[in-house]
Design a protein. Structure first.
Length: 314
């Protein structure tokens, strides 16, 4: 039986771990991030992968930083044939990559060589890509640069956000990994990536979360969907931050300057964007307030908002 050490952290990784176990692979250990405080009350919470591993009675390792940690020696003692990672969240040193007898492989949520890095799903949606997918790749010391064993693409629809796409890609990643493993175990040689096509997806910064109303409504819609449910795009109104959770591109056009509120009724809030486009806010969360559909907001805390007011840096 093939012995695997699995490394993963968020909910995206859970179906992949479960798929390995259900398919008869011997997952001898799971490595995941340490338990962290979550929410306003800072309640310590285990990662989704840890919870799944405990339910499956698999030993769990949680190094704060795997490089140079005692857990490296523990992984060596498990003598795995494979290390399989899926959104683990830490860079693996050569001391770990060299442990498995066959290979260290990664389930990466992009169509490599596009979107190497920690936020590939976010960038694919924010950039308005028509498709994304999953790559099963060999892990080497350089980030997401190893050879490709298999890929599968899916379209990005106008209804997709990061949360929805992660759920889709998790299932696809599980299926593609299980399809690919027999050939990898038999010695399949991965195909090198085309370095001329490489793009990167570093972690989202706070500056990137701010909405630039000079962009078109379509671009801002991609930004909002590409940051939901985390970290969530925002704008400001009279020095109050609004987290913008859901928007809709309006077919009409406007001559108003970007960032101008051009329509405010009891049910709708329209804002002018770049190139005469218009965006309707459908759900938001003002600082210190609860999440609200736009109708509830406009008839409650947002009653004072007036047409021709400005948002953001307008």
């Amino acid at each position: 039986m093939t012995k695997i050490v699995f490394m993963g952290t968020p909910a995206f990784s859970v179906p992949i771990l479960q798929g390995l176990v259900e398919s008869g692979y011997e997952v001898v250990a799971v490595v995941t991030q340490p338990d962290r405080p979550v929410g306003r009350k800072k309640i310590i919470q285990a990662t989704p992968v840890k919870e799944a591993a405990v339910a499956l009675n698999i030993p769990v390792l949680q190094p704060e930083k795997i490089s140079g940690s005692p857990e490296v020696a523990m992984i060596e003692e498990f003598a795995p044939d494979l290390i399989v990672t899926a959104a683990f969240g830490q860079f693996l040193p050569q001391s770990v990559l060299s442990i498995p007898k066959i290979a260290a492989i990664n389930v990466h949520a992009s169509l490599l060589p596009k979107y190497r890095g920690g936020a590939p799903v976010h960038y694919a949606i924010m950039d308005g890509e028509e498709k994304t997918g999953v790559t099963i790749m060999e892990m080497i010391k350089k980030m997401d640069a190893g050879g490709i064993y298999a890929q599968k693409a899916i379209p990005i629809t106008k209804e997709d956000n990061v949360g929805i796409m992660f759920d889709k890609l998790s299932v696809i990643g599980r299926e593609l990994l299980l399809e690919s493993l027999p050939a990898i175990i038999d010695g399949k040689i991965p195909t090198p990536q085309d370095e001329t096509q490489v793009t990167f997806s570093p972690n989202i910064t706070r500056e990137q979360e701010a909405i630039d109303w000079e962009k078109t409504a379509e671009q801002i819609d991609c930004q909002v969907r590409g940051m939901f449910p985390w970290p969530i795009a925002f704008t400001t109104y009279q020095d109050v931050r609004w987290k913008i959770r859901k928007v809709r591109v309006v077919s009409e056009t406007t001559d108003q300057k970007p960032g101008t509120i051009i329509k405010r009724t009891k049910q709708e809030l329209w804002i002018a964007c770049g190139k005469q486009t218009i965006l309707a806010i459908e759900e938001l969360q003002p600082a210190g307030k609860s999440v609200q559909p736009i109708k509830a907001f406009l008839n409650g805390a947002g009653q004072h908002i007036q047409q021709t007011d400005k948002v953001g840096n307008a």
